[in-house]
Write a protein that binds this ligand. Structure first.
Ligand code: ZN
Length: 303
């Protein structure tokens, strides 16, 4: 068997956004370049948010301009509203990822807007994007889809309703984001099934943080439930500055190791990913949390 699983690399955006070190534009471009050399086809490269709120993400236009045109890759820009979408289009992003919170508490603190306003922005982005002859691809991430650090439990019906509305608005790929690492594998399976029922033609992507060490188990559950696209960050860096004590995404190299050892193909070069995680420790000034960076692959390349 060689089922393909697509991995969307989110380290340059979701990862770096929560690191206290603010990387230079050169280092961010080098990070993306190394990831693409390791086989990454879709990378969350930049975020079009207010640099006063998220200084780590300043200079999105500069980063996009520095990346050589490559029609085989997709550089994703995150946009929280129509203004962000306009900037992403102008900067030449191949894909724009919109975000809607599944719950008010996180929504207001993270995106500075209630959920109803976020849903309106989601529709506006889709409508405007549909008006472009060669517009970027659109995807949506539903944040705090398994738990909100301020409001607590997030009911499945809240997530399913957003999925339904997103599919109606024309989003063909919808991600459930476990922003604070609250999910368990069995809940993941039930939510995947419920969302698929609500939007049978949309592709479901999953976005797990490893805050409570359930990240890889959740990824397993998602793949078992038929999901074939997952977010991960090289080195396992990341979190969210607006989610207290959130930690990184599942590490790309740990996910690649788990999947490829089981016979799935990801198209990624594990050794190059581990080297990239090692390189990243320089600009970050600290070790990264991934297991493969610490323990190496098995069997080792020399064995
Ligand atoms: Zn995240």
């Amino acid at each position: 068997m060689s089922l393909a699983i697509e991995i969307v690399e989110v380290g340059p955006r979701d990862g770096l956004q929560n690191e206290s070190a603010v990387l230079s534009a050169e280092d961010r471009v080098e990070f993306i370049t190394r990831l693409e050399a390791a086989g990454v086809r879709r990378v969350e490269a930049v975020s079009f948010v207010n640099p006063k709120r998220v200084p780590q993400m300043a200079g999105a236009e500069e980063i996009m301009a520095a990346l050589p045109t490559d029609l085989t890759r997709s550089r994703i820009g995150l946009a929280l509203n129509l203004r962000g979408w306009e900037r992403a289009v102008a900067a030449g992003c191949d894909e724009v990822n919109a975000v809607v919170s599944a719950s008010e508490g996180f929504g207001v603190r993270n995106q500075g807007a209630p959920v109803a306003a976020q849903l309106k922005a989601m529709r506006e982005i889709a409508e405007n994007n549909a008006g472009l002859p060669m517009g970027p691809k659109l995807s949506l991430t539903i944040s705090v889809a398994f738990g909100d650090p301020f409001d607590g439990e997030v009911p499945e019906r809240a997530v399913v309703e957003i999925v339904r509305r997103a599919a109606d608005a024309g989003y063909q790929e919808i991600a459930l984001g476990d922003t604070i690492g609250a999910a368990d594998p069995w809940t993941v399976r039930r939510r995947v099934e419920a969302c698929r029922e609500a939007a049978p033609h949309a592709r479901l992507r999953m976005h797990f943080h490893d805050t409570r060490k359930t990240g890889l188990a959740n990824a397993f559950a998602a793949v078992e439930a038929g999901v074939d696209v997952l977010d991960a960050s090289c080195g396992g860096i990341g979190g969210c500055p607006f989610a207290p004590r959130a930690t990184g995404n599942i590490a790309t190299e740990d996910l690649v190791y788990m999947l490829e050892r089981a016979g799935f193909s990801t198209g990624l070069d594990l050794d190059a990913l581990i080297r990239t995680a090692e390189w990243l420790e320089g600009p970050l000034g600290k070790p990264v949390p991934s297991g493969l960076r610490r323990a190496g692959r098995f069997p080792s390349a020399s064995a």
